[in-house]
Design a protein around this ligand. Sequence first.
Ligand code: NAD
Length: 330
Amino acid sequence: MDIVRIDGDGIGKEVMPPTVALLDRVTRGGINWIPARMGLECFEHCGDPLPQVTLDLVRTHKLAIKGPTTTPQGGGFQSVNVRLRRELDLYVGLRPAMSLGLPGRHERVNIHLFRENTEGLYDSTEALSLDGQSVTLTSHFTRRAMLRLARAAFLYARLFDLDTITYVDKQNIHKVWGRLYHGAFLEVAVEFPDISYNHRLVDAANMFLALSPESWGLIVTENMFGDILADHLAAIMGGLGVAPGANIGDEIFVAEAVHGSWPEKAGNGIANPTALMLSGAMLLEHMGEMELAGTIRNAIIRTLTEGDRTADLGGTLSTTEFAEAVLRRL
Ligand code: NAD
């Protein structure tokens, strides 16, 4: 099986090798890794942070795992993640949150966030007024985007036996957009009478997530709201070091952790590889290798509950030591 491997920038170069080693071990060397480049370092070398050759490789092989990439703040090039999602039409941002047995964290959490990945508030154009005193933000929302996101979510809920979907928006303020998106969601919902659904405003959703994350199942929401809720889910799990994710289109699946490139600490060997490892498990699951994905998750949970942890979780292990501890528990 060919899988495109994009290490990315910063701590991406530290969390990718142990993730690849783990996937190699559980698949008994069954993956043919296709290296590709993307991000700030790639931009400095070749003048493009997302070269055509990388897009072509992902299009051809359809499966990829990606490390975080750095986006210059307040200027420079556009986010390559946004570009990748748009160019490959990866319209589902899937961000699951599960209990990992960490002390002080909620038990029995099993949440699956479906974030619209291609338009909306996250993809706005910004126009600064001539006097520099105001900015006009223009965002675009389409019925089509919510129709296909909702369909993907309901199909996923059926596949994984999740019985409730919560649709999250802010339609008390944005009424026209609210009617368009929610209407599209409801259109799809009637095709799935076996799955129930409800609705929450994003502010209330945040509060109820904090109060009782165990009572949530699958969430469907707009791009920016999804971005913010994803970090909330990361916090519920134990932090960005453990939060996995994937960007999914009709044919392409790109696994990637929720976290960024953490440039301040890159090179120190302290990043937690769990988030990318769990993203790798999602990739295996997508390939139909449910058992192998379960093997990875169980090994990580055992490692964490038995006290082997990196500094972000109060432990003392380096990235490499933690990765070795997971391999020992396979
Ligand atoms: P970040 O995720 O890089 O770091 C935020 C904090 O999260 C860190 O200070 C650290 O405490 C913690 N953290 C992150 N990853 C960790 C790990 N593996 N182990 C332990 N702790 C971890 O977010 P940021 O500082 O907002 O962004 C840095 C850069 O990353 C920016 O250029 C941003 O654009 C980029 N970014 C990329 C992606 C992506 O490629 N998918 C996602 C988010 C941010």
